[in-house]
Ligand binder design. Structure first.
Ligand code: PMP
Length: 431
């Protein structure tokens, strides 16, 4: 493999830093946790992305999830092009909005009614407001290491970039506000029960990533999600599944289908917008009736239900619904990759622990099982950093942080997986 040059990326990063804080518009992109400068991306196609200097990479970030069909999927591009010719935004309702809402409802029947918004952050923020408005209670319970976007009340002990940057909570969030967010431990039912006992009758909702994927991937222990369903019901609290990552990825019906659980409110993002800024939240009609203009919970958006974003979302979901064999394919590809890494890295001693749920996976640099936040933060982050650098230098693009998932798309073929494993073999025993 010839040595790569990153001259353009370096130049663009310098210019970006002049005008954009840290040179990036979302913190993890800066790659600080892995002691690198970011590569600037010029284009992407299928399973590959290309940086400004023309270097090619097999992409396991997949735009952090949306690119489940692979990048620049032709049918999606066609439908977006068609929509573009009709105008970019109207600020008035369109047919595509109810079509997308109907598709979301078909996949996740618990979302009887759906509101389209522009980002996962908006979806979860609105879902929490709705839960408070519906239950007339103030407290929210979330889990350490789960990330639900960057709205004030949800940035408490959050994962993703907040973990990467080692900020337990964000500056700028008044304590008076943050105190309305209770924090329990993922996969620890007792920690949830203790808070329900202590704050009896005051908890509006439990919000959870059904598969935690923002402290690396951590599957729910058997019975944990069922327990959350039960304790919320018993306490007249709502259960919110944040399926911004898992929705349309684990199955057509997301984690609700995968684990056969019916939450009260679900948030989806990423895949549902097919790579455009679109997300949604929804739930039973009776709950959704609280939202303005029907009810007194206010939520709005100039670009909500944007015609280009809905076109991309509908086109993406159409492909997924028509070709459900995609789920089998991405699951198998991820399994082959995970099994291969396990074989290479743990051949003589256990160097890594791999968690995988469907096409989501993480390679943790620890010899121990990883099932909660405490396990994640004890991983060897320097080893992850050298793994990241080696892979990137050899044409494999993974998340620049131990606390993120790898995403496998339908465009990743056996050649991609084989080539990835070849590179990991060269990285070998890490030492
Ligand atoms: N919820 C989850 C589970 C997420 O993973 C993310 C983003 N990665 C969000 C919410 C926030 O979504 P967005 O970045 O679109 O605001």
């Amino acid at each position: 493999m010839q040595s790569r040059n990153y001259k353009k990326s370096e130049k663009y990063f310098e210019l970006s830093k002049k005008y954009i804080p840290g040179g990036v518009n979302s913190p993890v992109r800066a790659a600080r946790a892995v002691h690198c400068d970011p590569v600037f991306i010029k284009s992407a196609l299928g399973s590959k992305i290309y940086d400004a200097d023309g270097n090619e990479y097999i992409d396991y970030v997949c735009s952090w999830g949306p690119a489940i069909l692979g990048h620049a999927y032709p049918v999606v591009l066609e439908k977006v092009k068609k929509a573009l010719k009709k105008g970019l935004s109207f600020g008035a309702p369109t047919k595509k909005e109810y079509i997308l809402a109907e598709m979301i409802n078909e996949a996740m029947p618990v979302m009887e009614q759906v509101r389209l918004v522009n980002s996962g952050t908006e979806a979860t923020m609105s879902a929490v407001r709705l839960a408070r408005g519906y239950t007339k209670k103030d407290l929210i319970l979330k889990f350490t290491g789960c990330y639900h976007g960057h709205s004030d009340g949800l940035l408490v002990m959050a994962g993703s970039g907040v973990l990467t940057e080692a900020i337990s909570s964000s500056a700028g969030v008044p304590n008076d506000y943050a105190k309305n967010t209770l924090v329990a431990e993922f996969n620890d039912s007792d920690s949830v029960s203790a808070l329900f006992d202590k704050y009896k009758g005051k908890i509006a909702a439990v919000i959870v990533e059904p598969v935690a994927a923002n402290m690396g991937v951590i599957p729910p222990k058997k019975g944990f999600l069922e327990f959350l369903r039960k304790i919320t019901k018993e306490n007249d609290s709502l259960l919110i599944f944040d399926e911004v990552i898992t929705g349309f990825r684990l199955a057509k019906g997301g984690a609700c289908e995968y684990y056969n659980i019916e939450p009260d409110i679900v948030t989806v993002g990423k895949i549902v917008g097919g790579g455009m800024p679109l997300a949604a939240y929804g739930g039973r009609k009776e709950i959704m009736a609280c939202i303005s203009p029907l009810g007194d919970v206010y939520q709005a958006g100039t670009l909500s239900g944007n015609p280009i974003a809905t076109a991309a979302g509908i086109a993406t979901l159409e492909v997924l619904f028509e070709h459900q064999e995609i789920y089998k394919h991405i699951d198998e590809s991820a399994k082959i990759l995970a099994d291969g890494i396990e074989k290479i890295m743990n051949a003589d001693i256990k160097r890594v622990h791999i968690n995988r749920v469907g096409s989501l996976m993480s390679v943790f640099f620890t010899s121990k099982i990883v099932s909660c936040y405490k396990d994640v933060i004890s991983c060897d982050l320097d080893k992850y950093a050298s793994y990241y650098s080696f892979l990137r230098e050899n044409g494999i693009y993974i998340a620049p942080s131990q606390f993120e998932a790898a995403f496998i798309s339908d465009a990743h073929d056996s050649e991609d997986i084989k080539n990835t494993l070849e590179v990991i073999k060269k990285f070998g025993g890490v030492e």
